[in-house]
Design a protein around this ligand. Sequence first.
Ligand code: NAI
Ligand code: MG
Length: 394
Amino acid sequence: MTRQTIVSMPGDGIGKVVLPQAIRVLEAVGFEADYVHADIGWEFWVKEGNALPERTVELLAEHKTGLFGAITSKPKPAALAELSPELRDKGYVYFSPIVGLRQRFNLDVCIRPCRSFPGNPLNFIRRSADGGFEEPEVDAVIFRQNTEGLYCGLEWSDPPEGLRAAMATHPKWKAFADVPPEQMAISVRLFTRRACERILRAAFDYARKHGYESVTVCEKPNVLRETSGMMEEIAAEVKAEYDDIALWSTNIDAQMMWLTKNPESYGVLVAGNLFGDIVSDAFAGLVGGLGFACSGNIGDEVAVFEPTHGSAPKYEDLDPPIVNPIAMILSAAMMLDHLGEGEKADRVRGAVATVVAEGKVRAYDMMKLSGGPDVISKGAASTVELTDAIIAAL
Ligand code: NAI
Ligand code: MG
């Protein structure tokens, strides 16, 4: 086995806390790799006017596989206010570096597995017909189209005349024709056949490989007739090649209701960018929330693995750190799967399962405490102690 080089992008806030812990687990499971650090995040927006410096892009282009912690991003006025004085008024515009990475390398397939670990006190429970409680086993894997849709970046405040003229060719523009452009904002939801086909094929392949019975397309074709309609149409075409897997279709709004009624019914789900973001966070909430939610952003050449949580700045300076490293560790396990190290990935997930089931070492979120320096004295494990327990279970 050739030695891998992994691009390590801790980013901001608790990204810097959890990523080194995941690397400790990777080392403990015997994954042989070198890690090169790459700059990304708010600090580089402030200092350089670019949260995704070109040198980071080059490192990923060279080494192909990255681990990412989290970044901080802030609304437009704050972004401009915090930019170094010498960079102001030079036309710098903040753009999310993780969205940037996804677009730069066409990391168009986002996989977000949401599986419950038995014994996790954060697992979803519901009341059963006899008045007791039941804890359905959730095993849903969300495939989110990662580069297009409403996050494609085609947005305008005060849309220019050319754009308004093009819009005016649509009969529905009439309702907005009298609105002054400066009182208008437009975000485009753009789908392409190519990207729909890629996410659907990835989902069906995954379902077949991992023994899931169904793929559920979760869109809104009754209203978003063109974009959601395209996804549904292509889903039916792709499904024809997968006799063994059922194709279901739900509307995103109804799905948000059903997933707390019968989450165990769903296997692989597919959605466009925004709906995929929403439905994956919702499923993650059933299996432990942000402390457990892992993901992979996968393109043809490059892949980046990250927890879905953000930089949680209010916890970044706590000593000892208290945040749950499991989401980052499970993301690292997804990276192992991607690199053909499935056996090691299973061992990492097994070690997490053991520690969760034993219930002796728990981060503050697993104890349902609100975060702060006092959680340690209330019995919560620190980030490092929880990682130690996972490593011991390996
Ligand atoms: P967040 O995910 O950073 O934190 C929300 C809350 O979730 C935290 O206050 C904490 O209570 C909990 N939490 C998050 N991660 C946890 C962990 N590992 N263990 C235990 N509890 C955890 O989201 P928020 O506060 O909305 O955003 C903070 C910053 O992160 C913003 O600047 C936002 O733009 C950015 N962000 C970045 C993302 C990324 O890098 N992919 C994703 C989401 C937000
Ligand atoms: Mg999200």
